[in-house]
Structures are given as C-alpha cells and as structure tokens.
Write a protein that binds this ligand. Structure first.
Ligand code: FES
Length: 155
C-alpha cells in the first residue's frame, strides 16, 4: 500500500523543530499529489497534517510563484519579466509565446497542454531573458526562439 499524503507529510515533519516549519515541503508534496496544483482539498490535507489552519496554508502558497492555486497544463512555461529580463526584451518574448500558443499570459491552452505565466526573477539575471519550461531554464531567450521552444512542447 502506498503512503497517504498525510503519512508523507508527517514523515517530512520529523526533520523540523515544529510541524508548521514544514509548510513549504508539505505544500510541494501536496501539489505533486494533486496533479501540479493545490485545490481546497490539498490545503485541508496539509493543514490537518501540520496542525495549522487551511487559511494559513493558502497564505503561504499564494506568496510563492512555485505554488499553483488553479489547474495548470501538462507543461508550464514561465517567462521572467523582472528588471534585467524586462530591459532585455522579456515583453516581446511573452508576446511571442502568446501568439504561438494562442493564449494570454496566465492562461492554459484549450487542449490543456501548456500554461503560460509571467514570473518574478528566476535567478539568472545575467542571462536574460530567462524562460523556465517545466522548471528547466532557457537562457538569453529572444522572441525568435519561441517558435522552437513551443514546437518541443507539441503545440
Ligand atoms: S530578472 Fe530575469 S532572471 Fe533575474
């Protein structure tokens, strides 16, 4: 029998001085188990395992870009639009993705294949514009590179 999410979170809690300190790894586990996003049920499960309120879990999840409170596509494309990337043409990259995918930033393609998002600094400011595709960073991306990236995603 595979362990339940509750069991897995309780296992992680053992590595922390108090249960609520394990909120980030607990939310990550919950997001993995719920198909890449956090529905209300996930917040209830995490809250119960950590003995905190669901509202506390939502407040943490909503602060971090890596947590999703709405369903996402099979692939996640995240374009950094923070300062270094912005001055290197991030907006043109975003618009190229919007054209190629037929969605606006923040939306998922109709077939559920790709979610496009803009995000804050991805930590690669010297290699702007940075685009994370399923957490794999593409560096120095320009609008002209977007077609190739989208092709790899099967769109
Ligand atoms: S500003 Fe884009 S990676 Fe830092």
């Amino acid at each position: 029998m595979s362990p339940t999410l509750h069991d897995e979170i309780r296992e992680v809690v053992k590595e922390y001085p108090e249960p609520r300190s394990a909120i980030i790894p607990a939310l990550r586990l919950a997001q993995e188990r719920h198909g890449g996003w956090l529905p209300d049920e996930a917040f209830r499960q995490v809250a119960e395992a950590l003995d905190v309120t669901p509202a506390y879990c939502v407040s943490i999840a909503s602060f971090y870009d890596m947590f999703h409170t709405e369903p996402v596509g099979r692939h996640l494309v995240e374009v950094c639009t923070n300062v270094s990337c912005a001055v290197s043409g991030a907006q043109r990259v975003v618009e190229a993705f919007e054209r190629e995918l037929g969605v606006h930033a923040g939306e998922t393609t109709e077939d559920g294949n790709v979610t496009l998002r803009t995000v804050e600094c991805l930590g690669g400011c010297g290699w702007a514009t940075v685009v994370a595709v399923d957490n794999r960073h593409h560096l120095r991306v320009q609008a002209g590179d977007v077609g190739g990236i989208v092709k790899e995603l099967g769109e």
